[in-house]
Write a protein that binds this ligand. Structure first.
Ligand code: ADP
Ligand code: MG
Length: 250
């Protein structure tokens, strides 16, 4: 599912967050979005499912401009797009299995008696076999993240949006999540958009790196070009992130 964003503008109470932003997301690839904290990365992702409406501009998802779609018309589109939120978005009062089944039930995608089998299959894909009856509160952050990915997979999405999927995870768990994102992108050829701070993830996963700065995408390039970019903002971002990663390891 390709995405084309044209001249997107969004302000919150006079605070202009996105200013005439243009971005192309190619189908079947991993596009990474980087940018400073508070630069508008999450706001940008939320525009792609209509969770936030733009002030002006166009957002083509597939062939359709979704900017003016009603909530009712967005509903079937949201079925094709999975969003993995920063928080993970699991319901603490439900078991892992019930959480994974939520989308299937909401969108009536499977008869009730088939649901356990689908849940089992998706949990196996994220290497959480047999965890159906656990409560989310008893799982590690990385496991919870994988449960939310399993839930997303039940909808057979054409587009997966990840908002900082490895934030707060230790390096081995980050690597597990990165490997999973890469495997899904390659195996099911799902178009992937990932916001991240993690330079290891950027260089391991990205087909294209897009840098958001002061409301615009200022660089859109391959990881190699990004690393070698002469752009001062890109270079200071890379230095800063390497520095904070080093601090974390110490
Ligand atoms: N729903 C909202 N209402 C008002 N301001 C918001 C809202 N969502 C985000 N913002 C503001 O937009 C800016 C960008 O936020 P965000 O996209 O979350 O940044 P990040 O790049 O860290 O993900 C911030 O200044 C934030 O306070
Ligand atoms: Mg964010």
């Amino acid at each position: 599912m390709r995405i084309e964003i044209k001249n997107l503008c969004k302000s919150f109470r006079g605070n202009a967050v996105l200013k005439n932003l243009n971005l192309s997301i190619p189908e079947g690839k991993i596009s990474v979005i980087v940018g400073g904290s508070g630069s508008g990365k999450s706001v940008l992702l939320k525009h792609l499912t209509g969770l936030i409406r733009p002030d002006s501009g166009q957002i083509f998802v597939g062939e359709r401009d979704i900017t003016h779609l009603s909530e009712a018309s967005l509903y079937p589109l949201r079925q094709r797009i999975a969003m993995i939120f920063q928080s993970g978005g699991l319901l603490g009062s439900l078991t892992v299995g019930e959480n994974v089944a939520l989308g299937l039930i909401e969108h009536k995608l499977a008869p009730r008696d088939k649901i356990p089998e689908i849940v089992k299959e998706k949990l196996a894909l994220v290497k959480l076999e047999g965890k159906e009856n656990e409560m989310p509160g008893n799982l590690s952050g990385g496991m919870r993240k994988r449960v939310s990915i399993a839930r997303a997979l039940t909808l057979y999405p054409e587009l997966i949006l990840y908002d900082e999927p490895t934030a707060g995870l230790d390096p081995p768990m980050s690597e597990t999540i990165d490997d999973l994102i890469l495997k899904l992108a390659r195996d099911i050829k799902v178009t992937t958009v990932m916001v991240t701070h993690d330079l290891t993830s950027v260089f391991k996963l990205a087909d294209t790196v897009n840098m958001l700065h002061e409301g615009e995408i200022i660089v859109s390039s391959s990881p190699d070009e990004f690393k070698n970019s002469k752009n001062q903002i890109v270079q200071s971002f890379i230095r800063r992130e390497y520095h904070s990663a080093a601090v974390m390891i110490l």
